[in-house]
Design a protein around this ligand. Structure first.
Ligand code: ZN
Length: 179
C-alpha cells in the first residue's frame, strides 16, 4: 500500500488541463491506480483525480460503495474521459481533498453521459446519475484545472477567499467553512 501526498489548492498542477494518456500505455498504470485508491481511502474521499497526487494525466478513480444505495457498485477507474451529454440541474453540497474543511452547495448536471477507457483499456460509453454523476463531474473539473469553489457566487467566493489563501500557504485553513 502506498499513500501519495494530496496536493492542495494553490499548487499550479491543479490549475492546468491534464494530458490524455496513450491508450497503449494503460496497462502500465496499474501501480499508480492502486496507489490512488489507497490514497483516496486513507483520506476518506470518494473520488480522486491524478493531478491531485501530482500526475499530469487524464485519470481518475471513484468509489461510492460506502453509500447505501451504491453498495453494489464496484470501484471505478476513468481514463481519457470526455463528456458527451449533460442533462438537468441539481444542487448538492461538495467538499474536496485539495480544499480541506471547506464545503459548499454546487449546482451541476443531474445526469451525464461520458466516454472513457477503463483500467483494462476497454472503451466505454456510459450514463451516470445521482452521486456517481456528481463525483465524475467534480473529478473531471480537476482534470480541466477547475475547483468547485469556482462556481460560488461572488459574495460566497469572497467568504472563502482568505481560507483558500491559507490552504495554499499551510495546506489547511485556520477554520472550516460551510456555504
Ligand atoms: Zn476535489
Amino acid at each position: 500500500m502506498s499513500v501519495l501526498p494530496v496536493v492542495k489548492y494553490g499548487n499550479t498542477i491543479l490549475r492546468k488541463k491534464v494530458k490524455f494518456i496513450n491508450p497503449d500505455m494503460i496497462s502500465d498504470l496499474r501501480n499508480l491506480i492502486n496507489n490512488m485508491f489507497d490514497t483516496m481511502y486513507e483520506e476518506e474521499g470518494i473520488g480522486l483525480a491524478a493531478n491531485q497526487v501530482g500526475f499530469d494525466m487524464n485519470l481518475m478513480v471513484i468509489d461510492v460503495s460506502h453509500l447505501d444505495e451504491y453498495k453494489n457498485i464496484e470501484p471505478m477507474v476513468f481514463i481519457n474521459t470526455e463528456i458527451l451529454e449533460e442533462k438537468g440541474y441539481i444542487e448538492i453540497e461538495e467538499g474536496c481533498l485539495s480544499i480541506p474543511e471547506i464545503r459548499a452547495s454546487v449546482k451541476r448536471a443531474e445526469t451525464v453521459v461520458v466516454k472513457f477507457y477503463d483500467e483494462e483499456g476497454n472503451r466505454k460509453t456510459q450514463k451516470f446519475s445521482g452521486m456517481l454523476c456528481r463525483v465524475i463531474l467534480h473529478e473531471l473539473d480537476h482534470l480541466n484545472g477547475k475547483f468547485f469553489t469556482d462556481y460560488l457566487s461572488p459574495a460566497k467566493r469572497k467568504l472563502v477567499h482568505n481560507k483558500l489563501i491559507e490552504i495554499s500557504k499551510n495546506g489547511y485553513p485556520s477554520t472550516g467553512v460551510i456555504l
